[in-house]
Design a protein around this ligand. Structure first.
Ligand SMILES: [Fe+2]
Length: 297
């Protein structure tokens, strides 16, 4: 599928960036990124492919995601996306050289997203000096042309956020989920694609202010057995597992969710269906999963 943008990276801010090191390295199987900018004390970076960094964990009080990088495939796509954001009246800030260097990109502009984080529109995310290889994930992660994974945020500013993602960033809706979790409590999640990945961003309508905007980040493995092995590691590490192995109804992803010590969750999955040029399945789903995904502990 022809695409203009993909998810470049996720920036997390935690009081102690090492609080999630063992989960990312020893359970999910990410590998450390290249040494962080020495000016950014305590920052840890992580890779799930050949790029220099895909998850940046910086020291700070936010205890949440603070930014996502959205990478344009070339300068023309960068300019077109920037134009759309400006057309929406977004408050676009040009970054300084230090930010460009820290994010390992060629160009970067920063735009506040309505759900409380920054979107960093970038082009030219650098490759790492070494080829990606994770001893824990021999099959590697699926990122070619689809970005490093997906991110899901919950927000009370739901309608503005949907407009920002579609009219501003140029995503298209894949489908949506609307289901009654309990009498009077409805869950609404809208899923958006910008390339063949079924969703790169999903937004949940929050009924009240939640402690974190980031609900989860998903890493997709190329091998189903690697997901099983990651599940075994999460189980052995005695991490909370809010959803055991299961299969989502809409994207068909085989996955499980672990809860990190930082509060947000990580979904580890495999085998989601892909969006093609004539996607015409933008419809409502009334269940999260076709099977599984039970809360385990
Ligand atoms: Fe997900």
């Amino acid at each position: 599928m022809d695409h203009q943008i993909e998810l470049a990276y996720l920036v997390l801010e935690l009081p102690d960036p090492d609080a999630i090191t063992s989960v990312l390295a020893d359970v999910v199987g990410l590998v450390p990124g290249e040494p962080a900018d020495p000016a950014a004390r305590g920052t840890r970076t992580w890779r799930d492919d050949d790029r220099a960094q895909r998850v940046v964990v910086q020291a700070g009080p936010a205890h949440d995601a603070v930014a996502i990088g959205v990478e344009a495939v070339d300068v023309a796509a960068f300019d077109a996306t920037l134009e759309r954001l400006r057309g929406l009246g977004a408050d676009v800030v040009d970054s300084d050289a230090a930010a460009v260097q820290a994010r390992r990109v060629e160009r970067l502009v920063r735009v506040p997203a309505p759900w409380g984080i920054d979107v960093e529109l970038v082009v030219g995310l650098a490759d790492a000096a070494t080829t990606f290889s994770s001893p824990l994930v021999p099959g590697g992660f699926l990122t070619d042309g689809v970005g490093f994974g997906h991110v899901v945020f919950a927000t009370m500013a739901f309608d503005e956020s949907v407009a920002f993602v579609t009219d501003g960033l140029g995503f298209a809706q894949s489908d949506w989920l609307e289901t009654e979790l309990a009498p009077g409590i409805t869950l609404e999640v809208r899923f958006f694609h910008c390339n063949a990945r079924h969703h790169t961003i999903a937004l949940a309508r929050a009924p009240f202010e939640l402690p974190q905007a980031l609900h989860h980040v998903m890493f997709e493995m190329r091998s189903r057995d690697d997901v099983g092995a990651a599940f075994d590691r999460a189980w052995a590490a005695e991490l909370p597992i809010p959803n055991g192995l299961g299969r989502h109804d809409n994207d068909g992803m085989f996955s499980f969710y672990l809860q990190t010590p930082a509060g947000f969750q990580i979904e580890v999955g495999h085998g989601a269906r892909v969006v093609d040029a004539d996607w015409d399945d933008d419809r409502r789903y009334d269940r999260i999963s076709a099977w599984g995904h039970q809360p385990l502990r």
